[in-house]
Design a binder for this molecule. Structure first.
Ligand code: ADP
Ligand SMILES: N[C@@H](CCOP(=O)(O)O)C(=O)O
Length: 349
Protein backbone atom coordinates (compact mmCIF):
# COMPACT_ATOMS: atom_id res chain seq x y z
CA UNK A 1 0.00 0.00 0.00
CA UNK A 2 1.11 3.58 -0.67
CA UNK A 3 -0.03 6.33 1.73
CA UNK A 4 0.16 9.97 0.63
CA UNK A 5 -0.41 12.68 3.24
CA UNK A 6 -0.87 16.33 2.27
CA UNK A 7 -1.32 19.15 4.80
CA UNK A 8 -3.95 21.85 4.62
CA UNK A 9 -2.73 25.41 4.17
CA UNK A 10 -3.59 28.98 4.98
CA UNK A 11 -2.77 31.32 2.11
CA UNK A 12 -2.06 35.08 2.03
CA UNK A 13 -1.51 35.68 5.83
CA UNK A 14 -2.74 39.25 5.36
CA UNK A 15 -0.77 41.21 2.75
CA UNK A 16 0.68 38.21 0.86
CA UNK A 17 -2.19 37.71 -1.58
CA UNK A 18 -1.30 34.84 -3.97
CA UNK A 19 2.26 34.85 -2.54
CA UNK A 20 2.51 33.57 1.04
CA UNK A 21 1.35 30.16 2.28
CA UNK A 22 1.53 28.30 5.58
CA UNK A 23 1.10 24.51 5.73
CA UNK A 24 -0.85 23.49 8.83
CA UNK A 25 -1.38 20.34 10.86
CA UNK A 26 -4.51 18.81 9.30
CA UNK A 27 -3.70 16.19 6.67
CA UNK A 28 -5.58 14.85 3.66
CA UNK A 29 -4.63 11.17 3.45
CA UNK A 30 -5.00 8.82 0.51
CA UNK A 31 -4.30 5.08 0.63
CA UNK A 32 -3.58 3.38 -2.66
CA UNK A 33 -3.58 -0.30 -3.59
CA UNK A 34 -2.87 -1.65 -7.03
CA UNK A 35 -3.92 -5.29 -7.55
CA UNK A 36 -5.37 -7.40 -10.38
CA UNK A 37 -9.10 -7.65 -9.80
CA UNK A 38 -11.52 -10.32 -11.00
CA UNK A 39 -14.46 -7.91 -10.81
CA UNK A 40 -15.77 -5.81 -13.69
CA UNK A 41 -13.33 -3.23 -15.04
CA UNK A 42 -13.77 0.17 -13.34
CA UNK A 43 -13.70 3.40 -15.41
CA UNK A 44 -10.06 4.47 -15.80
CA UNK A 45 -9.23 1.29 -13.73
CA UNK A 46 -9.89 3.21 -10.54
CA UNK A 47 -12.23 2.63 -7.61
CA UNK A 48 -12.60 5.44 -5.04
CA UNK A 49 -13.91 5.30 -1.49
CA UNK A 50 -14.09 8.38 0.71
CA UNK A 51 -14.59 9.39 4.32
CA UNK A 52 -14.53 12.72 6.13
CA UNK A 53 -15.24 16.31 5.13
CA UNK A 54 -17.17 16.63 1.89
CA UNK A 55 -18.27 12.98 1.86
CA UNK A 56 -21.75 14.03 0.71
CA UNK A 57 -20.54 16.28 -2.14
CA UNK A 58 -17.25 14.94 -3.50
CA UNK A 59 -17.60 12.79 -6.62
CA UNK A 60 -16.45 9.16 -6.40
CA UNK A 61 -16.21 8.95 -10.17
CA UNK A 62 -12.55 8.85 -11.25
CA UNK A 63 -13.40 11.06 -14.25
CA UNK A 64 -14.78 13.82 -12.01
CA UNK A 65 -13.00 13.61 -8.67
CA UNK A 66 -10.39 16.38 -8.44
CA UNK A 67 -7.69 14.05 -7.04
CA UNK A 68 -8.01 11.28 -9.66
CA UNK A 69 -8.65 13.72 -12.50
CA UNK A 70 -5.41 15.49 -11.64
CA UNK A 71 -3.57 12.15 -11.47
CA UNK A 72 -4.93 11.20 -14.91
CA UNK A 73 -3.71 14.51 -16.29
CA UNK A 74 -0.19 13.74 -15.02
CA UNK A 75 -0.36 10.15 -16.33
CA UNK A 76 -1.58 11.20 -19.78
CA UNK A 77 1.21 13.76 -20.07
CA UNK A 78 3.50 10.71 -19.74
CA UNK A 79 1.76 8.47 -22.25
CA UNK A 80 -0.28 6.48 -19.69
CA UNK A 81 -4.00 6.69 -20.48
CA UNK A 82 -5.41 5.30 -17.21
CA UNK A 83 -4.54 3.97 -13.78
CA UNK A 84 -2.80 0.59 -13.48
CA UNK A 85 -5.38 -2.20 -13.15
CA UNK A 86 -7.02 -2.11 -10.64
CA UNK A 87 -6.18 0.91 -8.51
CA UNK A 88 -8.24 1.36 -5.35
CA UNK A 89 -8.00 4.69 -3.59
CA UNK A 90 -9.34 5.37 -0.14
CA UNK A 91 -9.51 9.10 0.65
CA UNK A 92 -9.63 10.29 4.26
CA UNK A 93 -10.26 14.02 4.29
CA UNK A 94 -10.42 16.05 7.53
CA UNK A 95 -9.91 19.39 5.66
CA UNK A 96 -13.23 21.27 5.43
CA UNK A 97 -14.15 22.23 1.86
CA UNK A 98 -14.47 25.82 0.69
CA UNK A 99 -13.39 27.37 3.99
CA UNK A 100 -10.02 28.88 3.05
CA UNK A 101 -7.87 26.05 4.35
CA UNK A 102 -6.60 24.89 0.99
CA UNK A 103 -8.73 21.74 0.52
CA UNK A 104 -8.53 22.06 -3.27
CA UNK A 105 -4.78 22.79 -3.14
CA UNK A 106 -4.28 19.65 -1.03
CA UNK A 107 -6.45 17.61 -3.44
CA UNK A 108 -4.45 18.85 -6.44
CA UNK A 109 -1.11 18.08 -4.74
CA UNK A 110 -2.44 14.63 -3.74
CA UNK A 111 -3.49 14.02 -7.35
CA UNK A 112 -0.12 14.98 -8.81
CA UNK A 113 1.75 12.82 -6.28
CA UNK A 114 -0.73 9.97 -6.93
CA UNK A 115 -0.05 10.14 -10.67
CA UNK A 116 3.69 10.21 -10.02
CA UNK A 117 3.48 7.17 -7.74
CA UNK A 118 1.17 4.85 -9.70
CA UNK A 119 2.81 5.81 -13.00
CA UNK A 120 6.30 5.33 -11.49
CA UNK A 121 7.29 8.63 -13.12
CA UNK A 122 10.06 9.70 -10.74
CA UNK A 123 9.17 13.42 -10.98
CA UNK A 124 11.04 15.90 -8.80
CA UNK A 125 9.03 18.07 -6.40
CA UNK A 126 9.85 21.10 -8.55
CA UNK A 127 8.33 19.39 -11.60
CA UNK A 128 5.33 18.27 -9.55
CA UNK A 129 4.79 21.93 -8.61
CA UNK A 130 4.53 22.74 -12.34
CA UNK A 131 1.77 20.14 -12.71
CA UNK A 132 -0.04 21.51 -9.64
CA UNK A 133 0.10 25.01 -11.12
CA UNK A 134 -1.56 23.87 -14.33
CA UNK A 135 -4.60 23.16 -12.21
CA UNK A 136 -4.59 25.50 -9.21
CA UNK A 137 -3.43 28.81 -10.66
CA UNK A 138 -2.26 30.55 -7.50
CA UNK A 139 0.97 29.09 -6.07
CA UNK A 140 0.53 29.90 -2.35
CA UNK A 141 -1.57 26.87 -1.29
CA UNK A 142 0.02 24.21 -3.49
CA UNK A 143 3.63 25.20 -2.72
CA UNK A 144 2.92 25.19 1.05
CA UNK A 145 1.11 21.84 0.83
CA UNK A 146 3.84 20.24 -1.30
CA UNK A 147 6.92 21.58 0.49
CA UNK A 148 5.51 22.28 3.97
CA UNK A 149 6.12 25.13 6.41
CA UNK A 150 5.87 28.88 5.84
CA UNK A 151 6.64 29.76 2.23
CA UNK A 152 6.88 32.64 -0.19
CA UNK A 153 6.05 31.77 -3.79
CA UNK A 154 6.19 33.35 -7.20
CA UNK A 155 5.32 32.55 -10.79
CA UNK A 156 7.94 32.99 -13.48
CA UNK A 157 7.58 35.36 -16.37
CA UNK A 158 6.98 32.88 -19.18
CA UNK A 159 7.42 33.24 -22.91
CA UNK A 160 4.15 34.28 -24.68
CA UNK A 161 3.81 30.71 -25.98
CA UNK A 162 4.22 29.18 -22.50
CA UNK A 163 1.88 31.78 -20.96
CA UNK A 164 -0.78 30.63 -23.39
CA UNK A 165 -0.17 26.98 -22.45
CA UNK A 166 -0.38 27.80 -18.75
CA UNK A 167 -3.69 29.59 -19.12
CA UNK A 168 -5.63 26.53 -20.29
CA UNK A 169 -8.13 25.66 -17.54
CA UNK A 170 -8.32 22.04 -16.36
CA UNK A 171 -11.71 21.52 -17.97
CA UNK A 172 -9.96 22.20 -21.27
CA UNK A 173 -6.81 20.30 -20.33
CA UNK A 174 -8.85 17.10 -20.15
CA UNK A 175 -12.18 17.91 -21.87
CA UNK A 176 -12.85 14.28 -22.71
CA UNK A 177 -12.92 13.28 -19.04
CA UNK A 178 -16.09 15.33 -18.53
CA UNK A 179 -17.80 13.19 -21.15
CA UNK A 180 -16.16 9.91 -20.05
CA UNK A 181 -14.36 9.68 -23.42
CA UNK A 182 -10.75 9.00 -24.30
CA UNK A 183 -9.75 10.85 -27.47
CA UNK A 184 -6.23 9.44 -27.24
CA UNK A 185 -4.82 12.99 -27.45
CA UNK A 186 -1.97 14.03 -25.15
CA UNK A 187 -2.96 16.98 -22.93
CA UNK A 188 -0.78 20.13 -22.93
CA UNK A 189 2.27 19.56 -20.70
CA UNK A 190 3.17 22.27 -18.17
CA UNK A 191 6.05 24.58 -19.07
CA UNK A 192 9.15 23.78 -16.97
CA UNK A 193 9.61 26.01 -13.92
CA UNK A 194 6.26 27.84 -13.89
CA UNK A 195 6.56 28.59 -10.20
CA UNK A 196 9.06 28.65 -7.36
CA UNK A 197 9.01 28.87 -3.60
CA UNK A 198 11.27 29.82 -0.72
CA UNK A 199 10.87 28.59 2.84
CA UNK A 200 10.88 31.14 5.69
CA UNK A 201 11.65 30.59 9.36
CA UNK A 202 8.71 30.35 11.78
CA UNK A 203 9.03 31.34 15.45
CA UNK A 204 8.29 28.15 17.41
CA UNK A 205 6.17 30.03 19.99
CA UNK A 206 3.52 31.00 17.42
CA UNK A 207 0.54 28.73 16.88
CA UNK A 208 -2.41 29.18 14.53
CA UNK A 209 -5.98 29.36 15.78
CA UNK A 210 -8.36 28.57 12.90
CA UNK A 211 -11.95 29.70 13.46
CA UNK A 212 -13.94 27.88 10.82
CA UNK A 213 -17.47 29.11 10.01
CA UNK A 214 -19.99 26.46 9.03
CA UNK A 215 -20.56 27.80 5.54
CA UNK A 216 -18.57 27.61 2.34
CA UNK A 217 -17.13 30.40 0.21
CA UNK A 218 -15.88 28.88 -3.06
CA UNK A 219 -12.47 30.35 -3.85
CA UNK A 220 -13.59 31.16 -7.40
CA UNK A 221 -16.41 33.34 -5.99
CA UNK A 222 -14.04 35.05 -3.52
CA UNK A 223 -11.68 35.84 -6.42
CA UNK A 224 -14.47 37.19 -8.60
CA UNK A 225 -15.18 40.06 -6.14
CA UNK A 226 -11.59 41.39 -6.34
CA UNK A 227 -10.81 44.42 -8.52
CA UNK A 228 -8.62 44.01 -11.59
CA UNK A 229 -6.49 47.05 -10.72
CA UNK A 230 -5.44 48.84 -7.52
CA UNK A 231 -4.35 52.32 -6.50
CA UNK A 232 -0.62 52.89 -6.05
CA UNK A 233 -1.27 53.75 -2.38
CA UNK A 234 -2.89 50.34 -1.71
CA UNK A 235 -0.14 48.44 -3.52
CA UNK A 236 2.56 50.33 -1.58
CA UNK A 237 0.66 49.69 1.67
CA UNK A 238 0.83 45.91 1.08
CA UNK A 239 4.45 45.98 -0.17
CA UNK A 240 5.54 47.81 2.98
CA UNK A 241 3.95 45.14 5.16
CA UNK A 242 4.90 42.04 3.19
CA UNK A 243 8.54 43.12 3.29
CA UNK A 244 8.38 42.80 7.10
CA UNK A 245 6.08 39.80 7.52
CA UNK A 246 8.50 36.84 7.05
CA UNK A 247 11.09 38.39 9.34
CA UNK A 248 8.49 39.33 11.95
CA UNK A 249 7.00 35.80 12.03
CA UNK A 250 10.43 34.16 12.11
CA UNK A 251 11.76 36.20 14.99
CA UNK A 252 11.94 34.65 18.46
CA UNK A 253 10.59 35.89 20.85
CA UNK A 254 7.82 37.25 18.61
CA UNK A 255 7.02 40.97 18.68
CA UNK A 256 3.20 40.95 18.65
CA UNK A 257 2.77 44.64 17.73
CA UNK A 258 5.13 44.27 14.77
CA UNK A 259 3.40 41.10 13.53
CA UNK A 260 -0.04 42.65 13.91
CA UNK A 261 0.99 45.63 11.75
CA UNK A 262 2.76 43.42 9.20
CA UNK A 263 -0.45 41.39 8.72
CA UNK A 264 -2.61 44.33 7.53
CA UNK A 265 -3.92 44.12 3.98
CA UNK A 266 -5.65 46.33 1.42
CA UNK A 267 -5.60 43.99 -1.56
CA UNK A 268 -8.09 41.20 -0.84
CA UNK A 269 -9.67 41.32 2.65
CA UNK A 270 -11.60 44.62 2.19
CA UNK A 271 -13.27 43.29 -0.96
CA UNK A 272 -14.26 39.96 0.58
CA UNK A 273 -16.17 41.44 3.51
CA UNK A 274 -19.48 41.14 1.63
CA UNK A 275 -19.04 37.35 1.58
CA UNK A 276 -18.17 37.01 5.27
CA UNK A 277 -20.53 38.72 7.74
CA UNK A 278 -18.62 40.30 10.64
CA UNK A 279 -15.21 40.21 8.91
CA UNK A 280 -14.24 43.92 9.29
CA UNK A 281 -15.33 44.04 12.96
CA UNK A 282 -13.38 40.87 13.79
CA UNK A 283 -10.21 42.03 12.05
CA UNK A 284 -10.36 45.47 13.68
CA UNK A 285 -11.37 44.61 17.22
CA UNK A 286 -9.15 41.63 18.07
CA UNK A 287 -5.69 43.12 18.64
CA UNK A 288 -2.58 42.30 20.75
CA UNK A 289 -3.62 45.11 23.13
CA UNK A 290 -7.21 43.94 23.62
CA UNK A 291 -6.27 40.22 23.67
CA UNK A 292 -2.81 39.50 25.10
CA UNK A 293 -1.18 36.51 23.43
CA UNK A 294 -2.53 37.49 20.00
CA UNK A 295 0.12 38.34 17.40
CA UNK A 296 -1.91 38.88 14.27
CA UNK A 297 -5.22 38.14 12.60
CA UNK A 298 -6.33 37.70 9.00
CA UNK A 299 -8.65 35.92 6.64
CA UNK A 300 -7.33 32.42 5.91
CA UNK A 301 -6.97 32.09 2.14
CA UNK A 302 -10.14 33.26 0.46
CA UNK A 303 -12.13 32.70 3.68
CA UNK A 304 -14.41 32.36 5.48
CA UNK A 305 -11.98 30.92 8.08
CA UNK A 306 -10.25 33.45 10.33
CA UNK A 307 -6.62 32.75 11.20
CA UNK A 308 -5.40 34.19 14.50
CA UNK A 309 -1.69 33.75 15.20
CA UNK A 310 -0.95 33.67 18.92
CA UNK A 311 1.55 32.59 21.55
CA UNK A 312 -0.91 32.21 24.47
CA UNK A 313 -4.58 32.44 25.54
CA UNK A 314 -5.66 30.38 22.54
CA UNK A 315 -9.06 29.40 23.91
CA UNK A 316 -9.97 32.94 25.02
CA UNK A 317 -9.01 34.40 21.63
CA UNK A 318 -11.00 31.71 19.80
CA UNK A 319 -14.03 32.29 22.00
CA UNK A 320 -14.13 36.04 21.32
CA UNK A 321 -14.18 35.41 17.58
CA UNK A 322 -16.74 32.59 17.90
CA UNK A 323 -18.98 34.99 19.85
CA UNK A 324 -18.65 37.71 17.21
CA UNK A 325 -19.64 35.27 14.46
CA UNK A 326 -22.43 33.92 16.65
CA UNK A 327 -23.93 37.44 16.91
CA UNK A 328 -24.21 37.35 13.10
CA UNK A 329 -25.96 33.96 13.32
CA UNK A 330 -22.89 32.02 12.16
CA UNK A 331 -21.81 28.86 13.95
CA UNK A 332 -18.13 27.94 13.87
CA UNK A 333 -15.69 25.30 15.06
CA UNK A 334 -12.14 26.15 16.01
CA UNK A 335 -8.84 24.25 15.91
CA UNK A 336 -5.42 24.98 17.34
CA UNK A 337 -2.91 24.18 14.60
CA UNK A 338 0.85 24.20 14.11
CA UNK A 339 2.97 24.55 10.98
CA UNK A 340 3.29 21.26 9.08
CA UNK A 341 6.99 21.51 8.29
CA UNK A 342 7.33 18.29 6.27
CA UNK A 343 4.76 19.05 3.59
CA UNK A 344 3.61 16.12 1.50
CA UNK A 345 4.88 12.68 2.48
CA UNK A 346 4.70 9.28 0.80
CA UNK A 347 4.99 6.05 2.81
CA UNK A 348 5.14 2.50 1.36
CA UNK A 349 3.90 -0.39 3.54
N1 ADP B 1 -10.47 15.77 -0.88
C1 ADP B 1 -11.04 16.23 -1.98
N2 ADP B 1 -11.38 15.38 -2.96
C2 ADP B 1 -11.97 15.83 -4.08
N3 ADP B 1 -12.26 17.12 -4.33
C3 ADP B 1 -11.93 18.02 -3.40
C4 ADP B 1 -11.31 17.62 -2.17
N4 ADP B 1 -11.09 18.72 -1.44
C5 ADP B 1 -11.56 19.76 -2.16
N5 ADP B 1 -12.06 19.36 -3.33
C6 ADP B 1 -12.67 20.21 -4.37
O1 ADP B 1 -12.29 21.55 -4.14
C7 ADP B 1 -13.47 22.39 -3.91
C8 ADP B 1 -13.16 23.42 -2.85
O2 ADP B 1 -12.17 24.27 -3.34
P1 ADP B 1 -12.08 25.82 -2.99
O3 ADP B 1 -13.37 26.49 -3.34
O4 ADP B 1 -10.84 26.32 -3.64
O5 ADP B 1 -11.99 25.86 -1.42
P2 ADP B 1 -10.74 25.64 -0.42
O6 ADP B 1 -10.56 26.97 0.21
O7 ADP B 1 -11.20 24.62 0.56
O8 ADP B 1 -9.56 25.20 -1.23
C9 ADP B 1 -14.53 21.40 -3.47
O9 ADP B 1 -15.83 21.88 -3.74
C10 ADP B 1 -14.20 20.17 -4.29
O10 ADP B 1 -14.69 20.30 -5.60
N1 LIG C 1 -4.44 33.43 -2.75
C1 LIG C 1 -5.69 32.72 -2.92
C2 LIG C 1 -5.75 31.65 -1.85
C3 LIG C 1 -7.03 30.84 -1.86
O1 LIG C 1 -6.94 29.90 -0.80
P1 LIG C 1 -8.14 28.91 -0.44
O2 LIG C 1 -7.62 28.08 0.69
O3 LIG C 1 -9.29 29.78 -0.04
O4 LIG C 1 -8.43 28.13 -1.68
C4 LIG C 1 -6.86 33.69 -2.73
O5 LIG C 1 -6.83 34.45 -1.75
O6 LIG C 1 -7.76 33.69 -3.59
Amino acid sequence: MITIKVPCSSANIGPGFDVIGLALSVWLEIRIDVAQSATTKAPLNCVITYEGEGADEVSLSAERNLITRTAIYVLRCHGQRQFPETTTIHIINPIPLGRGLGSSGAAVVAGVVLGNEVGKLGLSKARMLDFCLMIERHPDNVAAALYGGFVGTYLNDLSPEDTERKEIPLSEVLPELEAGLDTGLEPPKPPVGIGHYMKFAWAREIKAIAIIPQFEVPTSKARSVLPTSYSRADVVFNLQRIALLPTALGHSPPDAEQIYLAMQDKVHQPYRKGLIPGLPEILQSVTPKSHPGLCGICLSGAGPTILALATDNFEEIAKVILDMFSKKGIECVWKLLEPAEDGTTVVYS
